[in-house]
Design a protein. Structure first.
Length: 276
């Protein structure tokens, strides 16, 4: 299953933004991403392998520059196919109906956003392969959480795929132009809010200690049980739980302060007619 599928009507606008991003990197003196401009020029003729390569380049650019535009382009290029991949993994779960696909998708990109240093662009399909692992672990984590560890294996030997019902996203065909416009505007607003949330989270995450970051990565991304994670950190399970609690509380406190400051800015702008 290849990632990076865009609707044809969105390609020109996406290619224009990709080209502008490539020019921005060049202007900032960032080397090694000249291929982004070439990819923008040939995007409409790109094969699945070409788009896999583009995703890998964008992820590498985000890792190296922490650019929100790189992450936004990466999200737009891949979120639909990653959603399908989540459904693909959930079809193996007996309790798939109880797992919210949207929550899984959000956490997958959340982990991509906050752990770019884990990414290694060693081959064209590096992003696809890396994200497959994140999706698999995230689905497993949500299944465990939802069903109290009562989960069937995501890959059962000797069982044919046709033996399981296939879960697919709801059919969006048949919508009126007004509904399509409303849905598109709502999606744009949601994406903007999500980007703001990620920005604040990354700021808070950078305030954690290396030990706290490692603990969160083991438990939340690699979906390791507390016992395995505690062994990797060479601490007791009780101490790991306290470490995770303190890290999450620290993130919550910092984000709450950032959101409050942002809301105060908006309130002042409203009272002064946009003049601060």
């Amino acid at each position: 299953m290849a990632f990076a599928q865009l609707r044809t009507d969105n390609l020109p606008a996406f290619a224009e933004r990709l080209s502008a991003f490539a020019q921005e990197l060049t202007a900032d003196g960032v080397e090694g991403y000249d291929n982004l401009a070439l990819a923008a020029e040939s995007l409409e003729q790109a094969t699945a392998k070409d788009r896999d390569q583009l995703s890998t380049w964008l992820m590498a650019a985000y890792r190296d520059t922490a650019s929100n535009e790189a992450f936004t382009l990466l999200y737009e290029l891949n979120h639909e196919a990653i959603t399908r991949l989540i459904y693909h993994h959930l079809r193996r779960s007996f309790y798939a109906h109880a797992v919210d696909v949207g929550d899984v998708l959000q956490e997958v990109f959340f982990n991509i956003y906050r752990y770019p240093f884990k990414f290694k662009p060693e081959r064209a399909a590096a992003f696809r392969n890396w994200t497959h692992s994140i999706v698999r672990n995230t689905v497993l984590k949500h299944s465990r959480r939802t069903h109290r560890d009562r989960i069937m294996p995501l890959a059962t030997a000797g069982v044919e795929e046709d033996d399981h019902p296939v879960l697919e996203p709801a059919d969006i065909n048949g919508r009126t132009p007004l509904e399509e416009t409303a849905n598109r505007e709502a999606a744009d607003d949601l994406a903007a809010a999500w980007q703001l949330y990620l920005h604040f989270y990354l700021h808070a995450y950078k305030c954690l200690t290396p030990r706290e970051k490692r603990a969160l990565f083991l438990v939340e991304v690699e979906a390791k049980p507390y016992r395995e994670a505690s062994e990797a950190l060479d601490i007791r399970v009780e101490n790991l739980k306290m470490l995770i609690f303190r890290a999450r509380r620290k993130i919550f406190t910092i984000m709450k302060r950032k959101f409050s400051a942002g809301q105060s800015h908006v309130d002042r702008a409203t009272l002064t007619g946009g003049k601060i």
